[in-house]
Write a protein that binds this ligand. Structure first.
Ligand SMILES: [Mn+2]
Length: 298
């Protein structure tokens, strides 16, 4: 997005930061190359949208902090590094937008955010609930971050919405865990039935004014729109539907955002990275909308 590179950001509204890591991936690898592909395609974005008034970068201060220096050899070290770096960002700035990287790192993001804000509400857009138990000997992988977050008490599960869930699960009872903890699951079919407006209202009702972490797994989109990802799931929403829904999240109290699971190795013509950059831009717009509204109220 042509943002200035600032490796030691201080005083920004949102710091964009890459998390090049795919050690938690269970199927297709390559998400470690997500941040560089998203950045490459993000040159398209000027931060000024049609009929949207002032440009987003005229409303809020943003910087690109570069990538977190993540070892590919030790998952515990990588997780701790990510958490430390994101906590440092939050100590000196208002919010971050992390570009992944596989979804295991969202647990690091949630830990950093909870240390700052207490247990947070979550809006999680994904084909998968990511609340699985340990699998193939791995306790922490990209199918588990929200289970650990619930277990650790760092999210307010009864103010959590998972949207776009569909496809195949490792076990028949895979969704029992989140549902039994109060998580509101809106499947891909539910979303198609409800439509954008009613779904946005449901999200607003469930999350309320709680500080909220918005996590977007790019595989929430149908693979026709986002083939470049680790675990694609056919039968998902279109880019127009999800982007329309995201235009409502500025009604929420956003404190952190991420766009995860872009694997350029499986992409075609950069369409997944282009979409990821659009999602990131929309989240920045929504953060700006919230921020300007707050300024007007104060
Ligand atoms: Mn997923």
């Amino acid at each position: 997005m042509r943002l200035a590179h600032d490796p030691h950001p201080k005083g920004y509204d949102v710091v964009v930061i890459g998390a090049p890591y795919d050690g938690g991936t269970s199927y297709r690898p390559g998400a470690r190359f997500g941040p560089q592909a998203i950045r490459c395609e993000s040159g398209l974005i000027h931060g000024v949208g049609i009929d949207r008034g002032p440009g987003v970068f005229d409303l809020i201060r943003c910087a690109d902090a570069g990538d977190i220096d993540l070892t590919p050899f030790n998952q515990q070290v990588a997780m701790a590094t990510a958490q430390g770096r994101l906590a440092g960002i939050l100590a000196d700035n208002a919010a971050f937008l992390m570009l992944g990287g596989d979804h295991s790192l969202t647990l690091a993001g949630l830990r950093a955010v909870a240390a700052q804000h207490g247990p947070v509400a979550v809006l999680h857009l994904d084909a998968h609930s990511d609340t699985n138990p340990a699998m193939i000997g791995g306790e922490y992988h990209h199918g588990t971050p929200f289970r650990h977050a619930i277990d650790e008490g760092i999210v307010a599960a009864d103010h959590m919405v998972q949207l776009g869930i569909r496809g195949h699960n490792p076990r028949p009872d895979s969704l029992d865990y989140p549902r039994s903890h109060g998580v509101r699951i809106v499947t891909s079919d539910d979303f198609a039935d409800l439509g954008v407006t009613a779904t946005a209202a449901l999200i607003r009702r469930t999350i309320g004014d709680h500080p909220v972490y918005v996590s977007v797994d790019i595989d929430v989109f149908d693979p026709a729109f986002a083939p470049g990802t680790g675990t694609p799931a056919p039968g998902g929403p279109t880019s127009r539907e999800i982007l329309a829904l995201l235009r409502s999240v500025g009604d929420l109290n956003l404190v952190a955002m991420d766009v995860m699971e872009v694997s350029p190795l499986y992409d075609h013509g950069g369409i997944t990275s282009v979409l990821a950059t659009e999602v990131g831009a929309e989240l920045l717009y929504q953060y700006a909308r919230l921020h300007v509204k707050d300024k007007e109220n104060n």
